[in-house]
Design a protein around this ligand. Structure first.
Ligand code: CMP
Length: 139
């Protein structure tokens, strides 16, 4: 089925001017950008977005990193969008990511790993709602 997922192009990628290169890989994987905006995440937004990781040792660093520069938040649409996006992103740790994936190609480290993607349809819906209003999404 055609579904939607939520994506973030992270500060390490925007800093290296890779917004287009990353988006091209998403598009070539069969995903369509139906909403997109470049924002600077506030500390409150980052803390709330990553709340599930709040007990992890890397939480503070993760929030600092995600607020360290601009990010591009996107809604992606396609056949099985969550899985399709996770496949093209590759493993969280670029050292484990397969050849041809975004993280293998561009990520600097497990933290500066260039992209975020929702891990389930339910989280995708929540994450899309967190950053976008209905009128900002044009399918
Ligand atoms: P993301 O998909 O955005 O979700 C949580 C993020 O935490 C993850 O990508 C990584 O960038 C980051 N992360 C996961 N594990 C670690 C770790 N061990 N050290 C630092 N950052 C991590």
């Amino acid at each position: 089925a055609v579904t939607r997922t939520f994506s973030i192009i992270k500060p390490d990628a925007t800093r290296r001017n890779l917004t287009g290169a990353v988006t091209k890989m998403l598009e070539e994987a069969g995903l369509r950008v139906v909403a997109s905006k470049r924002i600077k995440m506030s500390e409150d937004q980052a803390k709330k977005f990553y709340e599930v990781h709040s007990e992890r040792p890397f939480y503070g660093e993760l929030v600092d990193f995600m607020t360290s520069g601009p990010v591009v938040v996107q809604v992606l649409e396609g056949e099985d969008a969550v899985k399709r996006n996770r496949d093209v992103m590759g493993a969280t740790n670029p050292a484990d990511a397969e050849e041809g994936t975004i993280r293998k190609t561009y990520a600097e480290s497990i933290e500066a790993n260039s992209v975020h993607g929702s891990d389930s349809d339910e989280n995708a819906a929540n994450e899309i709602d967190f950053f976008f209003s209905k009128d900002e999404i044009v399918g």
